[in-house]
Ligand binder design. Structure first.
Ligand code: CA
Length: 225
């Protein structure tokens, strides 16, 4: 799951980011409103935490723009203490929930999880490609009904490819998705992960679910059932 945090208080941003990462989420973050909107529009973000008072572009405008673009990801807003009217305008603009500063990290996590659960309940939580099925809520994979044991990275790689089935995904995009904070990442790691995934989800090399396009990337070839 990928979470975007837009907050201009550097210390708070760092704290939120660390806590979410400890919980296993992939986190993108920025202190600038315009960049935040760009990240939310360009990347497959599952949830956004948006401070309302931001340089570049106010949080409310980010939310309104995203909703106008048809993006329905859950949005949790952060509001300043005592500004109750901010909550109302934020929710009216399309936010799903709010937290008043200062807040405990435990409270933030609880809200984030509740919003993601709610979103998973309305969206499809299973991706089915013939005999291969991904339960994206429980992050479990089965092949012809039998569980496939995947590491967390293998699972995330597979889900990303499956969600973008039919499209060519450059290796660099996969590396960026899996290791967003590692500046020194080695794309060989992606090759290794792809190789392991292939052996696990297509043990007898029959369906060839992941195609390599030399110099361009990978493509998930199975069609959703
Ligand atoms: Ca602020």
């Amino acid at each position: 799951m990928r979470i975007l945090v837009i907050e201009d208080e550097a210390a708070l941003l760092l704290q939120v980011r660390r806590r979410l990462e400890e919980e296993g989420y992939t986190v993108d973050s920025t202190g600038d409103g315009k960049e935040g909107l760009y990240l939310a529009s360009e990347y497959p973000v599952d949830l956004a935490v948006v401070d309302l008072g931001l340089p570049g572009m106010p949080g409310l405008e980010i939310i309104r723009t995203l909703r106008a673009e048809g993006r329905d990801l859950p949005i949790l807003i952060l509001t300043a203490r005592g500004k109750w009217e901010e909550k109302v305008t934020g929710l009216e603009a399309g936010a799903d929930d709010y937290l008043v500063k200062p807040f405990h990290m435990g409270e933030l996590l609880a809200r984030v999880k509740a919003l993601l659960r709610r979103a998973a309940g309305t969206a499809r939580d299973e991706l089915a490609f013939g005999l291969l099925r991904l339960d994206t809520t429980g992050q479990r994979v089965t092949l012809d009904g039998a569980p496939v044991e995947l590491t967390a990275y293998e699972y995330r790689l597979l889900e990303y490819l499956a969600r973008h089935h039919g499209k060519v995904i450059p290796k660099a995009e996969l590396a960026d998705y899996l290791y967003p904070h590692d500046d020194d990442r080695d794309s060989n790691v992606i090759e290794v992960l792809i190789g392991r995934l292939r052996r696990k989800i297509d043990p007898d090399s029959r369906t060839k679910p992941i195609e390599t396009l030399r110099g361009r990337g990978y493509r998930f070839t199975l069609e959703p059932a």
